[in-house]
Design a protein around this ligand. Structure first.
Ligand SMILES: NC(=O)c1ccc[n+]([C@@H]2O[C@H](COP(=O)([O-])OP(=O)(O)OC[C@H]3O[C@@H](n4cnc5c(N)ncnc54)[C@H](O)[C@@H]3O)[C@@H](O)[C@H]2O)c1
Length: 374
């Protein structure tokens, strides 16, 4: 019998929790009941990533056996599909399944489907209950925790702006079953490690050193290493979110690597995964912090080395992207305030700061370090 971890996230008005347990999807109805989410005689809409239909069916069977009235909608998990049209499709599936205010939407998939289903749940009938069943490493440790939901928008001048419309809507519970990772492509697993590195930089030396010790095992999908990582990395996010659920302060530290990362993630022709863009973005943030005199080069090198050891890219493909285009896209980041970029920069392992103001030379150095051209 493998172990199970439950982490409570005390958010005023919407307490939530995270359950990490192998086999939890097959026992989903029990896991939800133990988390005080009733399923008996309840109308439930599963929003399922098309690549995990078998997991969706497993969840549906458990819920149906516990007398839930289960329907499902299957979606493609692409950034282009992270759109209002997909949210509309979920709303209509909820109407067709006669979900009323007592209904429940459950996302079964990666961060993309979780963000979409969460936004649909936040807005359907002005908000109904929502549960996250993440099936990627990235979603288990990050995206499915903390209640940020949303969609991408087309930005003026072309391109997709990431997560520019959305809502805070806490899941009643997040159920992370590492058995789901068995089918996850290795590249997607490594992408999830980027957010784990981010959490370790924020959390401090013990977590960072533990990740350094396990890097190759994690890349190879070693089950014991993943079982060590998932609850500890998820706990970093849970702890920050419970202190600052609406990102009025410290929660912004979780955006380390994301201001640069979001600007490159949707660049056409690069096909970067979110975690890969964050990995490259963390490299840019490290270089920016060194040039601004906030971080020493040795620590920057240590972080970038761990990113590379986790099989993640640290630079863009050469000659493909101009620095100007990255700066342009960074200007549309929703973390920009009053026309000024808000940057999250590391000062040491365990110390990350939110910087506002003129960081033009650091930003230029960060963008140059990741290989953008003039
Ligand atoms: N809400 C938040 O706080 C938050 C945080 C981080 C990222 N995000 C968002 O999450 C998204 C990225 O999430 P992601 O990395 O989980 O990627 P994803 O949801 O795009 O999934 C990645 C790919 O893996 C497939 N997949 C998922 N689970 C699988 C499994 N078990 N087996 C086989 N294939 C599987 C998907 O179909 C997809 O092709 C981005 O849109 C990002 O903006 C949100």
């Amino acid at each position: 019998m493998s172990s199970s971890t439950r982490i409570s996230i005390e958010i005023p008005g919407s307490p939530t929790s995270l359950v990490v347990a192998r086999g939890a999807i097959a026992r989903l109805a029990d896991t939800l009941t133990e988390s005080l989410v009733s399923v008996n005689d309840r109308r439930v809409l599963l929003v399922v990533d098309r690549n995990v239909t078998a997991l969706g069916a497993r969840a549906a069977a458990s819920l149906a056996a516990a007398h839930a009235h289960v329907s499902a909608i299957h979606l493609d998990a692409t950034e282009a599909q992270k759109s209002l049209a997909s949210v509309d499709a979920i709303w209509h599936a909820a109407l067709a399944a006669r979900l009323d205010r007592g209904g429940l939407i459950i996302a079964v998939g990666g961060g993309l489907v979780g963000d979409l289903a969460g936004f649909a749940a936040a807005s359907y009938l002005r908000g109904i209950d929502f549960v996250q069943v993440p099936t990627t490493l990235l979603a288990m440790v990050d995206a499915a925790i903390g209640g940020k939901t949303g969609i991408n928008l087309a930005i003026p001048g072309g391109g997709l702006g990431k997560n520019l419309a959305g809502a805070f809507w806490q899941p009643k519970v997040t159920v992370a079953d590492a058995d789901a990772l068995a089918t996850l492509p290795p590249r997607e697993l490594r992408a999830g490690l980027a957010e784990c590195i981010k959490h370790a930089v924020i959390a401090g030396e013990p977590r960072f050193a533990a990740l350094e010790a396990d890097a190759e095992r994690l890349c190879a999908g070693d089950a014991a290493a993943l079982d060590r990582l998932i609850p500890t990395s998820a706990a970093v996010k849970a702890e920050i979110v419970s202190r600052d659920p609406f990102e009025r302060g410290d929660r912004a530290k979780l955006n380390l690597g994301h201001t640069f990362g979001h600007a490159i993630e949707t660049l056409p022709g690069l096909d970067l995964l979110h975690g890969e863009a964050v990995a490259i973005g963390m490299h840019a943030a490290c270089r920016c912090a060194v040039v601004d005199g906030l971080l020493d080069s040795a620590t920057s090198d240590r972080i970038v080395r761990l990113i590379a050891r986790c099989g993640l890219p640290t630079t863009l493909p050469p000659g493909r992207v101009s620095a100007e285009e990255i700066v342009r896209r960074m200007g549309f980041d929703k973390k920009a305030e009053g026309g000024k970029l808000r940057l999250v920069l590391p000062r040491a392992i365990g110390t990350v700061t939110i910087e506002q103001g003129d960081h033009a030379s650091g930003v230029a150095a960060g963008i140059a370090a990741i290989g953008a051209g003039r």
